[in-house]
Ligand binder design. Structure first.
Ligand code: ZN
Length: 243
């Protein structure tokens, strides 16, 4: 099976369309979304509808939870608050119902998926260090766990008690029965690793190969729409800077 993983779309329709078109070109069996479908961008309804239609499963992100009143804006900065208030007012009732019903994590026979962390996924913690990654490896039993939330793509490997960040965009676990992976697939709609291109991942379970991909999209168009609905300049500008 070939799976594509997308996350942190954040209502950026141009980015979502570019990523889906690349996924279609490459060909996969299923697309799975790890949450934060909305928040920040100008097209929350379109992104919710396309994600619902194209993805085999979708997880709840913290922005989706706030937009649907499952969570308060208590932990949001001023920019995120302005964006989510507009999003809450703009989302249709049907799209809010879809988002509000999403689970915070999902486990299959081979995979664990969560928007934030495998440890207490509804608490929205971040994995920003190897110490936090090592802690989280204790909270899933599968070989591979995929997350989003930080918007920074990263493959963290646990081999023989050793934990490290994989230096490449692709990793095989074919010859390594003991190898376990904690993978952040990055963000479709608001990358923050100084590379403005959309990020997503592909897992081939027959080849036992995972790869991260970067796709350029029409950033100017996404920014122009955000300006039109008066999103804060900080949120508009960061798309071009990838931060
Ligand atoms: Zn996010």
């Amino acid at each position: 099976m070939r799976f594509a993983f997308i996350s942190d779309i954040h209502a950026n329709l141009e980015a979502l369309e570019a990523v889906l078109s690349d996924i279609d070109k490459k060909g996969v069996d299923e697309i799975l979304c790890l949450g934060d479908v909305v928040g920040y961008g100008a097209n929350p309804n379109e992104c919710a509808e396309i994600t619902a239609k194209r993805c085999k499963s979708v997880l709840l992100g913290n922005h989706d939870a706030v937009a649907t009143n499952l969570l308060t804006t208590q932990h949001f900065n001023v920019h995120a608050k302005i964006a989510i208030e507009w999003t809450t007012q703009t989302l249709t009732h049907a799209n809010k119902s879809f988002l509000a019903a999403l689970p915070v994590s999902k486990t299959t026979d081979i995979l664990t998926m969560a928007h934030s962390t495998p440890y207490e996924p509804g608490m929205w913690y971040y994995i920003t260090s190897l110490e936090e990654a090592a802690f989280n490896f204790q909270f899933f039993d599968t070989k591979i766990c995929l997350v989003g939330h930080t918007h920074i793509p990263m493959i963290i490997v646990l081999d023989d008690e050793e934990i490290y960040v994989h230096p490449d965009k692709q990793i095989s676990y074919k010859e390594r029965e003991d190898r376990r992976l904690l993978i952040n697939i990055g963000s479709v709609g608001q990358p923050r690793d100084r590379n403005p291109d959309s990020s997503y991942g592909i897992l081939d379970t027959d080849e036992k190969l995972f790869s991260l991909h970067r796709i350029p999209y029409d950033i100017h168009k996404a920014q122009a729409k955000m300006k039109k609905i008066k999103m804060p300049d900080f949120l508009v500008n960061r798309l071009a800077e990838g931060r």
